[in-house]
Ligand binder design. Structure first.
Ligand code: ZN
Length: 146
């Protein structure tokens, strides 16, 4: 609980600083949760960095997490493509042109990151970030906008 209060306070104090607008760190845990549910990308960024930390202990084959960003209007179709056959190295998701960014899938204690060009995003359009491990997107998802 204290960690949550510190995180919220930190967000409040530094959330509007320029440095934080072009990057975000998201934690995933063994409870199948992210600690962030909204990402705002500044249009002034030439690059947006996303870092994912799995703060749990479970292996990625059991509680794997990644971050996939897609337009919200394509979300239902894209999650329909999630399949074990696509393999854990692909996040159980075949490649698709509508995917804006995708990190590697990681397990407890691991960290990964990716970045994308915010020019790929349309102002006023809503995007969804989620975990493509089978069954996780129901809980592990949030909104992203520019
Ligand atoms: Zn997951």
């Amino acid at each position: 609980m204290n960690k949550l209060i510190i995180a919220v306070t930190t967000l409040f104090l530094f959330g509007s600083s320029v440095a934080s607008e072009c990057e975000i760190t998201i934690n995933g845990n063994d409870m199948m949760q992210y600690d962030v549910n909204t990402i705002n990308v500044s249009s002034s960024c030439t690059n947006f960095d996303i870092k994912l930390i799995h703060s749990g202990k479970l292996d990625k084959s059991i509680m794997g997490h990644n971050i996939v960003i897609v337009p919200t209007d394509s979300f239902d179709e894209i999650i329909g493509m999630i399949s074990m056959d696509a393999g854990i190295d692909n996040g159980f998701l075949p490649s698709d042109d509508r995917v804006i960014a995708k990190t590697a899938m990681i397990g407890g204690g691991e960290t990964t990151s990716t970045s994308f060009d915010p020019a790929k995003l349309e102002a006023g359009k809503e995007y969804t970030f989620f975990c493509s491990f089978p069954g996780h997107y129901g809980i592990m998802r949030g909104k992203l906008s520019i």
